[in-house]
Ligand binder design. Structure first.
Ligand code: ATP
Ligand code: MG
Length: 392
């Protein structure tokens, strides 16, 4: 018998036209996730269900791992597909299925039949009780429990018949592409990849920007960010990464402004550049990995001063997380080991010993006046000379 995967997804709020958008985006993301696995797959939709049907050999565990990274999937059910060649054959197939998988002494089960093919000659209720009886006849060590069965055996009668008993939890969320696009400020740290993952989980397509400062930051530090983007793209789909050379701007700020204000001023220019690229590329928001109080530049006063330069909404999904909570997610999504590789970050290079922790917007703006002469042109050059690479 053929094997396949039935994809379950949460249907709340996706009625009518939205439903098609949701399903089509989900199928597209499933295809993207499976493209990297061994084997060919047909991803189809039939009567409100999505199926992944392998054409030829495949690695079951690899496929399940790939599907577990597709947002929008609530559950993955490995199914056996039998031809509809009469009830007697169906009963035989169902008993064989149970014998192979659920043969344990004392196990309780329930048969659930869903009849999508209304022309089938037996009602769902009758088919369920008849199949239950056949299983008990041949496997007397099992028992029926209709309220809390150990095994819920589902039999779906369509053109073919689908038999399954296992639901592997998916990641939940919404399929990427159903909620617009946002620009992730991606550094080599632990927090920003997690932030990108969390927003992608809500169906948002991700584009990313990284600021580097050669020769103060190395080629290896940049490669680490590319690697992180690739790890996030396993969930989000392909990411266009804009790599902005920030050296001139950083040196200019360093020359002109008080050193204890350096980080905050630098962060304001990062946000400005990110927003400009975001607007040019159709992004509807910015994403950062900021968390209240984590460092001097993330006190609530610093966040307010940084935020002041933006007109787009800034999404900060880990804002209320403790470091350990962010680390937990990073480990789960497999970005942690890459994030902790010790390469320099452009923010840390010119950092003052005692940066301001409660910046005053008026004071900061006054300092920025000293940049008036050249900063406009420098920002423009930084945006125009950005290197763009697509990672997937
Ligand atoms: P992360 O672990 O994400 O690097 P962090 O704890 O090091 O964060 P900061 O360095 O203050 O914190 O950066 C705060 C946020 O600003 C980051 O989460 C990221 O979104 C953005 N950011 C910082 N540095 C860069 C950079 N070089 N390129 C792009 N974005 C950056
Ligand atoms: Mg950082």
């Amino acid at each position: 018998m053929k094997t396949a995967f039935l994809i379950k997804y949460a249907e709340i709020g996706i009625k009518g036209k939205n439903r098609y958008v949701f399903e089509d985006a989900l199928m597209k993301q499933i295809r993207f996730a499976l493209a990297k696995t061994e084997g060919n797959f047909d991803v189809t939709k039939e009567q409100g269900r999505i199926y992944v049907i392998p054409g030829g050999s495949y690695d079951r565990d690899e496929v399940i791992e790939a599907l577990k990274r597709v947002f929008g999937i609530a559950g993955i059910c490995p199914v056996v597909i039998a031809e509809d060649d009469g009830f007697e054959n169906l009963a035989r197939n169902v008993v064989a299925y149970m014998k192979e998988r659920h043969n344990e002494e004392g196990l309780s089960f329930k048969v659930y039949v869903r009849r999508a093919k209304k022309s089938y000659p037996i009602s769902s209720m009758d088919a369920a009780s008849e199949l239950g009886g056949r299983i008990l006849e041949e496997m007397p060590q099992l028992k029926v429990d209709v309220h809390h069965p150990d095994v819920l055996l589902s039999v779906e009668i369509r053109t073919d018949i689908y038999i399954y008993s296992e639901i592997i939890p998916g990641p939940g969320g919404m399929p990427v592409g159903t909620n617009g696009k946002a620009m992730l400020l991606l550094s080599g740290g632990i927090d920003s990849p997690v932030a990108g993952y969390m927003i992608a989980k809500r169906g948002v397509q991700i584009e990313a920007v990284y600021f580097h400062a050669p020769p103060y930051t190395s080629e290896r530090a940049k490669q680490k960010v590319v690697d992180l983007a690739r790890l996030v793209s396993r969930y989000s789909g392909p990411i266009r990464l804009h790599i902005v050379n920030f050296t001139e701007i950083q040196l200019y700020i360093y020359d002109q402004c008080p050193h204890d204000e350096l980080t905050i001023i630098m962060r304001r220019y990062m946000m400005k550049i990110a927003e400009q690229i975001a607007l040019e590329t159709g992004c509807l928001g910015l994403i950062t990995g900021e968390s209240i109080g984590q460092v001097a530049s993330q006190t609530i006063q610093s966040l307010a001063v940084t935020n002041e330069v933006c007109t787009l909404p800034v999404f900060r999904p880990v804002i209320g997380f403790d470091k350990q909570e962010i680390v937990d997610v990073a480990q789960r999504i497999d970005t942690f080991e890459t994030s902790i590789q010790p390469y320099e970050d452009c923010c840390t290079i010119f950092v003052a010993k005692h940066p301001v922790t409660k910046p005053n917007l008026k004071v900061i703006k006054r300092s920025e006046v000293k940049l008036q002469e050249k900063i406009g042109e420098m920002l423009q050059t930084a945006v125009e000379s950005a290197e763009v690479i697509t990672v997937s």
